[in-house]
Design a protein around this ligand. Structure first.
Ligand SMILES: [Zn+2]
Length: 479
């Protein structure tokens, strides 16, 4: 009697737990597609149970399973975007998107995991920043999230918490070289980087040199050239180059592994490529630098294209594409920092007070696929590498994220490589309401997106609940 009662209780408890948790995902068989991984492609079916992929191969439907016809489609790991801003930065940068609206845009664009830049409040220590922003992500997000904790002032107390960030499963820190807090704390940043290297924490670093920027801006102001037409000259390539060289030197000094965010120039890329053989130095670029050239800043809509650093010359754009193909640029990130069109075109903005950032989450992958893969600059395997696999590996998420394999999270995008569409403002799901790429015809578009086994985007519609995204714990990173 007691044994039967125990079994009944266990069964009832299991049912109650299943109902109390998220709605259980459907059993799925994704059939007839081509599975694309960074190291090769194969025709294969993919079985999904719960949140994970359980089989990849030639599979027959099981009873009760929903069969998704993927004939003619690519089955790729969901995009892992290492660089987004989906929460305000103090009271200065109040972005148009939060984690919920950002998630909508991401799912519609085939992205299932994002790396958010967590910014400290005044006087806040890193663990408090991490916990506060992680709570926001847990409340609002539908995409899965990992966090880079920004450290502006590397006090001994802050440096001591670098090991705690790793222990909390978020082993990365963001450092800003152009901010006014960098120069006075140079020695502190060396100690911070040493602690990062010793604890398997990666340093994501924004490379622009404050003194060079100040000098360039001062000269332009003296000539009366303060409008954003002069934006490229206000943040010259040499400011990125000298900061990149210095960041590499700091990595060599301290043993830290660095990840250079939003790389814009061919000259800085050469410095990175030269260091890669001996030092753990990695690089990210973003859509602005791959699809546009500096001529965009001329004219009445030039301010829409303002980001740190600026868009460069055609030769820089071509060098970044070649870097993606050769492997010297590891990832493409959105750096989604969303403003409305009116905010970007505010007539009071100048080279001394620009408003950096653009929205990118919804169309980064279609633009990159169209110009990269369809345009013959990248293979589809390289596309998967730079938009998912490399990022997952660099930030301690692989193989849970970043691949289509047995045991990996069923974060999948079913991609129609032949669908041709024109990007339109009216389709934008970000609260910004516009796209820099509106009017561009692209070939290659997501048909369906799954996040941990749930279909979150299908037939043009996003369906997920705010709070269904997880803050994903990561392993300490290797160098
Ligand atoms: Zn950023």
């Amino acid at each position: 009697m007691s044994q039967r009662l125990d079994l009944w209780w266990i069964a009832t408890l299991g049912l109650v737990l299943a109902v109390a948790g998220a709605a259980p995902a459907e059993d799925l068989l994704i059939r007839g597609g081509t599975v694309v991984r960074a190291d090769g492609s194969q025709r294969a079916d993919v079985r999904v149970r719960g949140e994970v992929v359980t089989e990849v191969g030639s599979l027959s439907p099981a009873s009760g399973e929903r069969v998704v016809d993927a004939t003619g489609l690519l089955v790729m790991p969901g995009g892992v975007d290492p660089h987004v801003h989906l929460a305000p930065i103090a009271d200065v940068f109040r972005f148009a998107d939060d984690f919920t609206s950002g998630s909508r845009a991401a799912f519609a664009g085939g992205i299932t995991t994002v790396g958010h830049m967590a910014f400290p409040h005044e006087g806040e220590l890193p663990m408090a920043t991490l916990e506060r922003e992680a709570a926001l992500a847990r409340d609002q997000s539908m995409v899965d999230v990992f966090l880079h904790t920004t450290i502006l002032e590397p006090s001994p107390e802050a440096v001591a918490q670098v090991a705690d960030l790793a222990a909390a499963g978020q082993p990365s820190v963001k450092v800003f070289m152009p901010f006014e807090t960098f120069e006075p704390h140079h020695a502190g940043f060396l100690r911070l980087m040493q602690a990062a290297g010793a604890n398997g924490v990666r340093i994501a670093i924004h490379c622009e040199d404050a003194h060079t920027l100040d000098y360039a801006i001062e000269r332009l102001v003296a000539e009366g050239k303060t409008s954003l037409d002069h934006y490229t000259k206000s943040r010259p390539v040499v400011s990125e180059l000298v900061a990149t060289q210095r960041a590499i030197a700091m990595a060599e000094t301290t043993g830290a592994s660095i990840y250079i965010v939003h790389l814009s120039s061919g000259r800085a890329l050469e410095a990175i490529a030269a260091a890669r053989g001996t030092l753990p130095v990695y690089a990210e670029t973003r859509p602005l630098y791959l699809h546009f050239t500096e001529e965009r800043y001329a004219g009445p809509n030039g301010a829409l294209y303002v980001g740190f650093p600026p868009i460069r010359a055609a030769s820089d754009r071509d060098a970044l594409w070649e870097g993606l193909a050769s492997g010297s640029v590891d990832t493409v990130a959105t750096d989604h920092a969303p403003w409305t069109r009116a905010e970007k075109l505010d007539p009071t903005l100048t080279i001394e007070s620009p408003r950096p950032g653009t929205n990118n989450l919804q169309v980064m992958l279609p633009m990159l696929f169209s110009e990269g893969v369809r345009g013959g600059r990248l293979t589809r395997e390289q596309f998967v590498a730079v938009t998912s696999t490399n990022t997952a590996k660099l930030f301690g998420l692989y193989p849970q994220k970043g691949t289509v394999d047995v045991g990996s999270d069923a974060d999948l995008v079913l991609w129609d490589p032949d669908a041709t569409r024109t990007i339109r403002d009216e389709d934008v799901l970000s609260n910004t309401g516009y796209s820099l790429y509106a009017g561009t015809e692209v070939t290659g578009w997501p048909r369906m997106t799954l996040r941990r086994g749930d279909i979150v985007y299908e037939n043009g519609a996003v369906s997920a609940e705010p709070g269904s995204g997880k803050v994903v714990k990561r392993s300490p990173i290797a160098r």
